[in-house]
Design a protein around this ligand. Structure first.
Ligand SMILES: [Zn+2]
Length: 615
């Protein structure tokens, strides 16, 4: 579900709606700007010359870097480091450019004369500084070491040979067991197998902490977590307070879901004594972040309906959904260059199985890396990843400079993807596609429950466990001999989940999560994206479609496409808070999400009557 961000380009921090003008007198007093242009040229023009030059090189190096990353993720050959070496070199070249002391100094100098620049120029210059802080060439050896360590960590993670009963298995295989197996012992074995990758990543992760912190400190950030939060125009404390707020807003509902799950799963697994906390291996997901497989909504067997369609159909159908909203067809290169399906049996290389969407050249070359199989999960994931792809395609336009071709903030990118995933799963939409019979009677409450087990259970994991652990890890110097201990403390506190048995420091369970290794200190993006997604969906349902938010059909509705395109078009050149307020009429909050699940809360309270609450 992640997009690849090579640089973490800055969202707009200081956007204001009025365009500032340059006067010739003020320009004449500024000698410090780009050396290539005479001082008599207005600052605005000088800045533009610098930005144009910078952007050209940036795009070129970005593309090379993305191309080699793509190769590294789609063709992993054990013992062959050709791709890894090429990736390292490309990333080093990119880092040397974005972090160059000269570029950083230039951007700073121009920003000192902000009042003479256009807002768009200011935004781009800030993006340059943000990118520079990740790779400052004031400390070239540290940056080089960090890039090397990141590449090695990724290789270890994705090249890992997961084994179950002495046989190699994929993470898809392990996930399938956790989703459907009723035998608790078999579940435990699959869960344990999924955690075996952790210990081998410990040394690399500790090294990365030090390198990541050191890198951003040289540009004045306290630590890597603080740096990442700054992309939203927020301090670390503000971000953590916001995460706390989201956890609290959703806590009453989560408490009901937690109680419900303990009793229902104990019943399903034939366990008489209902545990106070959920054993991690009971849940249908390796980290307990998504429990939706617990519930099968009668009348909708999407897996069965999708199986005969084949994997290719899922991707083509995803595209049809977007074109029905008025978006263009995917470029032909999307199909020829993407890696969309599982590798053929017996392939002599591996690929990254984590779904992602790529904007290779910040222009027309968009690709997705997936392992699509014809089932409900990949159906939703395909719609999600295509959301990223269409976001890329939409802000690739003449009004948005290369440096601002990213989401309004990082969470928006995820929100658009997840919004389309949600919309694609609603009943009237499924009926439109003939995946279910229009007259199928479905249990509304069970449908809502299934959605809550996906969206709501995710918040304590993302806004709680992941965000707090990484905050502790990067900003509070979490001791190396307490990494696993802290992880499970947080799991218990936020998710009410405990390990099957004591998990000492000989394990490293947080490192089994991809993002901890290669997308560090920004997992709150996903929590924020869910909140934004419900705000957008609530608005679309109520104000555009005039439909119940629980049963919408976006298909073919050009007005919905227009609403989304307005949000997507400016990329990071618009202010994200202002945009949310302008488009939905409200500030960021979980209000819409809580309201969406309100009917379920009453139902669960009824179900849980007489049951023991433990969180
Ligand atoms: Zn995503």
């Amino acid at each position: 579900m992640k997009k690849i961000i090579l640089t973490g380009l800055s969202a707009t921090l200081l956007f204001s709606s009025c365009q500032k003008t340059t006067t010739s007198t003020s320009a004449a007093t500024t000698e410090t700007a780009a050396a290539v242009t005479p001082a008599s040229v207005p600052v605005q023009q000088q800045a533009q010359v610098f930005l144009d030059q910078y952007s050209r090189t940036y795009q070129d190096l970005y593309t090379r870097s993305a191309e080699s990353e793509w190769a590294s993720n789609t063709k992993i050959v054990e013992g062959d480091s050709t791709n890894a070496v090429a990736t390292r070199k490309a990333n080093e070249a990119f880092a040397a450019f974005t972090g160059s002391a000269e570029n950083i100094a230039q951007a700073k100098t121009f920003l000192e004369q902000k009042d003479q620049l256009t807002d768009l120029q200011v935004n781009q210059l800030e993006a340059i500084l943000y990118a520079g802080a990740n790779n400052p060439q004031i400390i070239p050896d540290v940056v080089k070491a960090r890039i090397k360590a990141e590449t090695e960590q990724t290789e270890k993670l994705y090249g890992f040979d997961y084994r179950l009963y002495q046989k190699s298995v994929s993470t898809n295989d392990l996930d399938n067991i956790l989703k459907s197996e009723k035998n608790v012992k078999k579940r435990l074995e699959a869960w344990q197998a999924s955690k075996e990758v952790g210990p081998g990543l410990k040394e690399g992760l500790l090294n990365l902490r030090q390198l990541r912190n050191q890198t951003v400190k040289s540009l004045g950030y306290d630590d890597y977590f603080t740096y990442q939060a700054s992309d939203y125009g927020m301090t670390r404390d503000e971000m953590m307070a916001l995460m706390q707020q989201l956890n609290e807003e959703l806590r009453p509902l989560y408490r009901e879901l937690h109680t419900y799950a303990r009793y229902e799963l104990a019943k399903q697994y034939g366990v008489k004594q209902v545990p106070d906390y959920l054993p991690a291996h009971w849940l249908p997901n390796r980290w307990g972040q998504d429990w939706s497989a617990m519930v099968e909504v009668k009348g909708i067997d999407l897996d069965a309906a999708l199986k005969p369609k084949g994997a290719e159909w899922l991707v083509q159908q995803g595209e049809r959904f977007y074109t029905s909203l008025g978006f263009p067809a995917l470029p032909q290169t999307f199909y020829t260059k993407s890696s969309l399906y599982p590798l053929p049996e017996g392939a002599n290389y591996k690929k990254n199985n984590h779904a992602s969407a790529w904007h290779i050249d910040l222009d027309k070359d968009v690709r997705s890396l997936m392992s699509v199989e014809p089932n409900a999960e990949w159906y939703e994931t395909t719609h999600h990843e295509l959301g990223h792809i269409y976001y890329y395609m939409t802000y690739t336009n003449p009004d948005v400079p290369v440096l601002l071709r990213s989401g309004a903030n990082r969470a928006y990118h995820e929100a658009i993807g997840s919004l389309m995933g949600l919309a694609a799963m609603q009943k009237p939409f499924l009926a439109e596609l003939n995946l279910i019979d229009r007259n199928t009677q479905t249990d509304q409450v069970q449908t809502l429950l299934k959605e809550a087990l996906s969206y709501v259970t995710f918040i304590p994991f993302s806004a709680g466990v992941m965000s707090e652990w990484e905050n502790d890890f990067y900003a509070n110097n979490l001791p190396a001999d307490q990494l696993n201990k802290r992880w499970w403390e947080l799991s218990k506190k936020y998710q009410g989940i405990v390990p099957p048995a004591e998990r000492g420091e000989n394990y490293l369970d947080p490192a089994t999560k991809t993002h901890i290794n290669d997308d560090a200190a920004q997992y709150y993006d996903y929590a924020l994206s869910y909140v934004i997604l419900f705000q957008l969906h609530d608005h679309i349902a109520k104000n555009i479609l005039h439909q119940d938010p629980h049963a919408t059909n976006y298909y073919g509705k050009k007005e919905v496409g227009d609403f989304l395109r307005d949000i997507m078009y400016p990329g990071a050149s618009a202010d994200w808070r202002q945009m949310l307020k302008d488009k939905t009429g409200e500030e960021l909050s979980a209000r819409a999400m809580v309201a969406y699940f309100q009917p379920l809360l009453e139902y669960l309270k009824e179900q849980n009557k007489g049951r023991k609450y433990t969180i």
